[in-house]
Design a protein around this ligand. Structure first.
Ligand SMILES: Nc1nc2c(ncn2[C@@H]2O[C@H](COP(=O)(O)OP(=O)(O)O)[C@@H](O)[C@H]2O)c(=O)[nH]1
Ligand SMILES: [Mg+2]
Length: 214
């Protein structure tokens, strides 16, 4: 099923796991270094300019932002990582928040990990990929800001980064929120993640249908 990502609303921002929504909607989360372009990607997907706040200076808000598409599926904007000099206390809060989210979330179907196409993955990026891998959460890599490179350079970076991560280049989606490159590919990837859940849900609905037979 293709969801209409334009029909996405903000639900809530949570500073703490106790505030996470606890109904059974399937979720896909977006993670990445602060300033990598997460909010911009969400705005591109949903064709809403200000759904997620974008900024030129990396903020320090440690909030998990929840959005819902067509009342059926949730998109989750996780707090960015990789600030230069984060106080230890903030780092610990971030670790707890991420642990509670990535490890304990029941209907987390997958994670989109965003990387700036111009840079090789950082130590933090690799740690995130490892955490997601170890917890057997399906993930996809989204390369952001491809408009900052020529097509040739972008292609080369896609292949170089794929090699470093030891994955097929086709698992790296090249995007630009300026040119809207990759918007269809990202939507299709989200649909594919949600579809498995919807298929299983439909099976359960049939199996547990208790309506009286005529
Ligand atoms: N040129 C260009 N700039 C981008 C792109 N995506 C995001 N940005 C800029 O990068 C900065 C950080 O973006 P934001 O979405 O707030 O990053 P976040 O911290 O990961 O949510 C902003 O100034 C955006 O306008 C892109 O595809 N191309
Ligand atoms: Mg943001």
């Amino acid at each position: 099923m293709a969801l209409n990502y334009r029909k996405t609303n903000f639900v809530l921002s949570a500073a703490d796991a106790r505030q996470f929504p606890n109904d059974a909607l399937p979720e896909v989360a977006f993670v990445g270094r602060s300033n990598v372009g997460k909010s911009s990607l969400l705005n591109m997907l949903t064709e809403q300019k200000n759904l997620a706040k974008t900024s030129k200076t990396p903020g320090r808000t440690q909030l998990v932002n929840f959005f819902v598409t067509e009342g059926k599926a949730r998109l989750v904007d996780l707090p960015g990582y990789g600030f230069a000099d984060v106080p230890e206390k903030i780092q610990r809060q971030w670790n707890t928040l991420m642990y509670n989210y990535l490890v304990k979330r029941e209907h987390l179907l997958g994670v989109l990990i965003l990387l700036d196409i111009r840079r090789m993955p950082s130590e933090h990026d690799l740690a995130m990929i490892n955490m997601v891998n170890e917890n057997k959460i399906p993930f996809l890599i989204v390369l952001t800001k491809s408009d900052k490179l020529s097509r040739n350079e972008a292609f080369n970076q896609q292949h170089r980064i794929a090699k470093t991560l030891d994955v097929s280049p086709s698992r790296l989606l090249v995007t630009s929120t300026l040119s809207k490159l990759g918007v269809t590919a990202v939507r299709e990837s989200l649909d594919a993640l949600f579809d498995d859940f919807f298929a299983v849900q439909a099976q359960i609905d049939i199996a547990t249908d208790t309506s009286p037979t005529p």
